[in-house]
Design a protein around this ligand. Sequence first.
Ligand SMILES: CC(C)(COP(=O)(O)OP(=O)(O)OC[C@H]1O[C@@H](n2cnc3c(N)ncnc32)[C@H](O)[C@@H]1OP(=O)(O)O)[C@@H](O)C(=O)NCCC(=O)NCCS
Length: 383
Amino acid sequence: MATVKGLEEIVAAQTAISDIDGKLGKLWYSGYSIDELVEESTFEEVTYLVHHGRLPTQSELDELTEQMVNDRDAAEFVTALMPTLAEQTSPMSMLRTGVSAASAYDPDGWDQSPEANSRKAVRITALMPTLIAYYDRHRRGLDIVEPNPKLPHAANFLYMLSGEEPSQEAARAFDQTFIIYVDHTMNASTFCARVVASTLSDIHSAVVAAIAALKGPLHGGANEQAQRMLEEIGEVDRAESYVKDLFERKQRIMGFGHRVYKTEDPRATILRRLSRELGQAVGDTKWYDISERVEKVVMEEKGLYPNVDFYAGSVLHYLGLSTDLFTPMFAAGRTAGWTAHIREQYADNRLIRPESDYIGPTDQHYVPIEDRTEGSNEQEAAS
Ligand SMILES: CC(C)(COP(=O)(O)OP(=O)(O)OC[C@H]1O[C@@H](n2cnc3c(N)ncnc32)[C@H](O)[C@@H]1OP(=O)(O)O)[C@@H](O)C(=O)NCCC(=O)NCCS
C-alpha cells in the first residue's frame, strides 16, 4: 500500500460534529453554519450542540450552564501548582500539566462510563479558563481572581484575567471567538485525542494529548505569530515593504493559506469584522488597519486568503490577552470539540492503528559489543 505522508485526504473516522467545504469556504457544526451560530448562539449552547448533535431546550441549556459554572473551580492541588507552573513553564505546558493534574481530583475518579465521561467533558471545558487566568495572574504578580458565577463562560474568562467585568461588546466578541474555535473536523490535535481515546485511555489523557499536539507551531501558534508580525510592522505604511521582503526571502506569512480552504476561511471573515468593530470600540484601529493592508498585499502578491489565525491575533489583542495566551485560548475553545470527538470515538470505537512502511536495513546479524567499531552501525544502516 502506498505511504500517505501526513495522512492527507485519508478518512480516519465518521463524525457528526463538524464539516467543512473548502471550495465554498463553509464550516458547519452539526449542520449549523458557523456564521449563524456566531450571530445567534453562545459558547455554552454550541458546547451542548457538538456534544448532543442538536440545540438544547431552555432547561437543558440552563442545566449545562449551571454545571459549567459549578465546574469552574480548580481543585486545591491544581491551584497550588500554579505559582510554580507560572514561574517555570510556558502557558501551553501549564495547560497540559494542569489538565493532567486535574484528573487526579476529578469527582468521577476513574469511572469511564458514558455518564461519567459526559460530566468530565463539561468539567474539563469549564476548567480551562480558570487554569489560564490563574497562571497569568501569578506570573504578573497579581492575586488570582475567583470565577464569577454570575458571568457566562467567555465573560468570566476575561473577568478572571483582568479582575474587571468586561463590557458587553467585549464579552460578546470573546464569546463569538470561542464559538469559532470549538471544532474543525479532523485536525492534528483532534486526531491525536481520538487516537488516545481509541486505546480506551481516559478522557483527561486524550485531552492532554490534544493539548500537546496543539502546542506545536505547525498547528496552534500561528495566531500568536500573526500578532507578533503586526507588532513588527508597527505602521500601516510599512506593511507593503514588510510583506514583499518576506516573500523575497521565500518566507511564509503566518495566518495565510490553508490545507482545506481554497477560498476565504469563513472564520477569517467573522474575525475580520470583529477586529474592525473592536478597534473602533476602543478608538484604536491600528492593528486592524495594518492587518487589512497586509491582507491586500498578500492577495496581490500570492493570491493567498487569510485563515482563522490572522485576524484572531488582533481580536485577542484588542480583548486584552497577552500574545502567548492566544493558543491557550484556542485550546480552551477547542476543548468542547475535543471532548465531543473523544466521546464520539468511545461510542463506536475501533483501535486506531495504521500501518507503516519499513525502509530500514534487513538481514542484520547481532555483533557482540566488543567486536563493534565506532560508526560501524551507521555504516551498516546506510548500506
Ligand atoms: C496552513 C498551510 C500549512 C497549508 O499549506 P498547504 O495546503 O500544505 O499548502 P502548501 O504548503 O503546499 O503551499 C502551496 C503554495 O502556497 C504557498 N503558501 C501557502 N501558504 C503560504 C503562506 N502562508 N505564505 C507564503 N506562501 C504560502 C506555498 O509556498 C506554496 O507555493 P509553491 O507552490 O510556489 O511552493 C500553509 O498555508 C502555511 O504554512 N500557512 C502559514 C501558517 C498558518 O497560518 N497556519 C495556520 C493554519 S490554520
